[in-house]
Write a protein that binds this ligand. Sequence first.
Ligand code: NAD
Ligand code: MG
Length: 397
Amino acid sequence: MNHGKNLITVLGATGSIGVSTLDVVARHPDLFGVFALTAHRQVDKLFEQCLAHRPAYAVLERSEDALSLQSRLDSAGCCTEVLIGSAALAEVASAPEVDMVMAAIVGAAGLVPTLAAARAGKRVLLANKEALVMSGALFMHEVAASGAVLLPIDSEHNAIFQALPAGFQRGLHDSGVTRILLTASGGPFRRMPLETLAEVTPEMACAHPNWVMGRKISVDSATMMNKGLEVIEAHWLFGLPANGIEVVIHPQSVIHSMVSYADGSVIAQLGNPDMRTPIAHAMAYPHRIDAGVRALDLFEIARLDFERPDHDRFPCLALAYRALEEGGVAPAVLNAANEVAVGSFLDGALRFDRIPAVIADTLDAITPRAADSLELVFEADRKAREVAGGLVRGLGA
Ligand code: NAD
Ligand code: MG
């Protein structure tokens, strides 16, 4: 703690979650201060954020970007020191001054710094679901060993956290929880004729009906792999088996998820679809603070609908359940193949409707084995990227 303020490191500050996090920080200068801000390559955006929040450190991937940011900050009279590369990400995530870390880097690149924050016993605000999907057992082990406080930012998992009894981390056996109901909007193509999915462009896939998000998670939402990754994320966060986690399509995205209990009660968390709610919840926990989110108007919403997911339309959902059942490195393989397939789609090198086949064939090609160490996880990740890359080149756009 520093002057009574909680100091935060925001990993992935320039992204959609990072920007929402800094919006909450700016609303509460008495409660929060910024220790470090990190970005991949967005020098201009990070420069503006440094001027506004005056962090002790900023991190960029490449030295030429870091040098350019440093000289601009120096000329502007800002004392932020700019660091370079992935080792620096882990340093600013685990430094002794830091109270909480927002893990909002997208994809596998976020795993090492997020794990560093967990190891250092920080309050970890977890948006980077891919980290937990890749190495759930190792990650949860580190959290338990260091006494880190792990709070979910993914809106569904944050909702479930809010609907579970206190102390659920010790096990759900005696709590009467029977199921988790994970809600999903169904994305932009819920009703689109199946044969037209071949013509989907990145712009169409990134136009989500309810949420404004980064490009990768937007495509994941359109294929429903996002929900698949979230099933795996829920398994690790809440300790339920795959058959205790059910996906419910709820197009309005007002109920952010539910917990079902033995006595017939179902507890839900509702709100407008705005990520500042789960972010503010986790930053202030166990207190409640203003998040800048509009109050929910039930009369304006008028109705809430529910449907079963259509597995023919969304084969990625079953692939994620399959990887969870297989266990070991299978979820890391699923995640890596998905990152390659989605990246290729966004680059115009793979058709949208071929994303599931790349992931399925990569899972088939790699023999499942235990995920006992980070080395084994990264080896599976690398192998899966190689296989998936080959499959993409074979299929073409
Ligand atoms: P985004 O693409 O908008 O931002 C990603 C951030 O990570 C950027 O700051 C970028 O500079 C940084 N980054 C990207 N690649 C990097 C690399 N190789 N090394 C270092 N930094 C890198 O993504 P987002 O929508 O903010 O999502 C971030 C994470 O939060 C994802 O894991 C996503 O699944 C999760 N999430 C997002 C939302 C949402 O509403 N956006 C909701 C739930 C969960
Ligand atoms: Mg989500």
